[in-house]
Design a binder for this molecule. Structure first.
Ligand code: ZN
Ligand code: FE
Ligand code: FE
Ligand code: ZN
Length: 266
């Protein structure tokens, strides 16, 4: 069955998404979803960039927007999530920021290796100067730290490093297995993020080979379109479900209050 929950979608507050929350909700209803969650980019703590995340002063507005659509559309369940960057050295501030409101889940994202926003199209040319294998090693290291930080419920797009199609020449399977173990013992989940199909790499995050490793390690999954445009809500969830099944998953999970609420058969 096609998953009925989409836990990853944005709002215009992050400065690089279009459409009002109401349009995301209407699209969700239209494509038959029963449960969605907003997960816009939480204020970045290392510096301010209105084209990457909302600012601290916009947080109340973010929560009000979700509250409003929840009241207006009782026919669909609308959860409160947020996507927060993992920034080594800012763990305490991140924890405080995330304690400011009750969340159904917090999606943790690694978008930075040191201060390089490696998936930002504006900084893509940096890749030319890098050793791709080294970038992948660094990425997985930060990803494990993000899981172990205890800040997050779900980790987003867990091979985002492939976004522009830069592929390593070394075999990373041992690195991924090590990462899966850390996820499992930290109790974090991962998402099947279909936005990869809309990026240069044209592949779901994570890859099928990686997903098999997470499945073997017993790491549960959620589904997310990572929509930055209402038309992408629930997009390619049929492919996402097939991907998960092929990796051996039999179910995905629903979340409440930063915990697994229940599992749903795939
Ligand atoms: Zn974004
Ligand atoms: Fe992200
Ligand atoms: Fe996102
Ligand atoms: Zn994302």
């Amino acid at each position: 069955m096609r998953p009925f929950s989409d836990y990853h979608m944005h709002t215009p507050l992050c400065g690089h998404a279009v459409g009002e929350p109401e349009e995301y909700v209407r699209q969700a209803i239209k494509v038959g979803l029963k449960e969605i969650g907003f997960s816009d980019h939480a204020p970045l703590l290392s510096y301010d960039d209105p084209s990457i995340t909302m600012s601290r002063t916009q947080l109340p507005q973010y929560h009000k927007m979700i509250e409003d659509v929840r009241k207006k559309y009782p026919q669909i369940r609308i959860l409160t999530g947020i996507e927060a960057d993992f920034l080594p050295g800012y763990e305490k501030e991140t924890k405080e920021l995330l304690a400011g409101y009750p969340y159904d889940y917090v999606i943790g994202s690694v978008h930075f290796i040191k201060s390089w926003a490696f998936d930002n199209p504006d900084h893509r040319e940096e890749w030319m100067k890098k050793d791709v294998n080294r970038v992948y090693r660094d990425y997985y290291e930060v990803l494990r730290q993000s899981a172990a930080s205890g800040l997050f419920t779900v980790l987003a797009h867990v091979d985002l490093v492939k976004k522009f199609g830069n592929m390593p020449t070394e075999d990373f399977s041992a690195e991924v297995a090590k990462t899966a173990k850390v996820f499992k013992s930290a109790g974090v989940l991962i998402e099947i993020n279909t936005s990869g199909l809309r990026k240069p790499v044209k592949e779901i995050f994570p890859s099928l080979a990686n997903l098999k490793v997470y499945q073997k390690a017993g790491v549960p999954i959620t589904f997310g379109s990572d929509a930055h445009d209402p038309q992408d809500v629930g997009r390619d969830f049929d492919k996402g479900a097939a991907w998960a099944k092929e990796a051996g998953y039999k179910e995905y999970v629903l979340l409440r209050n930063r915990k697994i609420d229940r599992s749903v058969k795939l």
